[in-house]
Design a protein around this ligand. Structure first.
Ligand code: ADP
Ligand code: MG
Length: 314
């Protein structure tokens, strides 16, 4: 039997892109639903002991929408804020229905809600002066020169580049808190949230993407989450990643995490923001962050897998 909600700690799980599309796959909807069952089965079990918030990335899905837009001039192009909103709905539905089905198979019922979420960013964030996040399809250099947006050369080709500003606050934090207090499973902050700026009393969507790990850390702090788990496609954070002497880090203090981050051990735009999210969460009252693989979510919660970044002395 479930314990009363107040007796259960709050667990925030951030699902990486590979929860839906694995490397080398075409990314059909059938593949995406099938892949989701691995994390969702584990999450269904964790619901006995935790109140759960699920956040998720949207990189490949937003990339596909951008490519579809490129292929059609018959209707107006949609700005990035709308594409982020579309993928929030799409992936939110996929996670929710997969979790619902998993619970029904187990003869269980839980209240689940997927929430469109927008995240306030600062118009003066330095990221807007130096857009650095590649998104969408790769173009030839020739094609890139004709495009109405800035691009950068990447190993895959020239890609559109947008700003990735810091998340200031999650607009729906009070609603999420109320839902989680009533033991709803809340699925939110897809793709890091729809980025908006606040001008006076109004919000304006803006062409940018917020890192989903940093947005999750901010949400975790604003909600008062106990445990933050980042599920990705590696079993944790490594020192000397990709080299023969690579070493999986099992436990890290916040000071060590910051030091290794400064020393450049963690990939920019990949493991870097996860470690940064872990240190931000810890610095603002969060107890513990675990970085682990999608397959090892349950084991990581039990302390048997992953990299733990702890605000408490180790
Ligand atoms: P997600 O979609 O889960 O956010 P990312 O691709 O953004 O996934 O981040 C995970 C990737 O980070 C791994 O696949 C790995 O290639 C890369 N990475 C970079 N530096 C490290 C490191 N020091 N330790 C582990 N993985 C790293
Ligand atoms: Mg990522």
């Amino acid at each position: 039997m479930d314990r009363p909600p107040a007796a259960k700690e709050i667990l925030l799980i951030a699902l990486g892109g590979n929860a839906l599309i694995r490397k080398g796959e075409a990314g059909t909807i059938e593949e995406q639903f099938a892949n989701l069952r691995l994390p969702v089965r584990q999450i269904a079990e964790l619901l006995d002991d935790y109140r759960v918030i699920i956040t998720y990335g949207n990189g490949p899905q937003v990339g596909n929408l951008l490519l579809q837009q490129d292929c059609c001039d018959a209707v107006p192009k949609l700005p990035l804020e709308i594409l982020v909103a579309q993928t929030q709905g799409q992936i939110g539905y996929m996670i929710e229905s997969t979790l619902d089905s998993e619970l029904m198979l187990r003869g269980r019922r839980r209240d689940i809600v997927s929430l469109l979420s927008y995240v306030v960013v600062d118009r003066d964030d330095p990221a807007f002066a130096r857009p650095g996040k590649p998104i969408g399809p790769a173009y030839s250099g020739e094609k890139a020169a004709t495009l109405p947006f800035p691009t950068i050369a990447t190993p895959k080709g020239h890609r559109r580049v947008v700003a990735s500003p810091r998340p200031q606050t999650i607009v729906e934090k009070r609603e999420i808190r109320k839902l989680i207090d009533q033991d709803f499973v809340v699925i939110c902050c897809g793709g890091g949230g729809i980025p908006v700026t606040r001008e006076g009393r109004t919000f304006h969507g803006i062409d940018a993407v917020v890192d989903k790990d940093l947005a999750s850390a901010r949400l975790g702090e604003e909600i008062g989450v106990d445990l933050f788990l980042i599920a990705t496609d590696v079993d944790g954070a490594y020192l000397n990643f990709g080299r023969d002497d690579a070493e999986l880090l099992r436990t890290l203090s916040v000071a060590e995490a910051r030091e290794y981050l400064r020393a450049g051990h963690f990939g920019e735009g990949s493991m870097g923001p996860k470690i940064e999210a872990a240190t931000e969460f810890a610095g603002r009252g969060g107890r513990k962050t675990i970085i682990t693989s999608i397959a090892a979510i349950s084991r990581a919660v039990k302390g048997e897998a992953g990299t733990v970044v702890s605000s408490e002395p180790l």
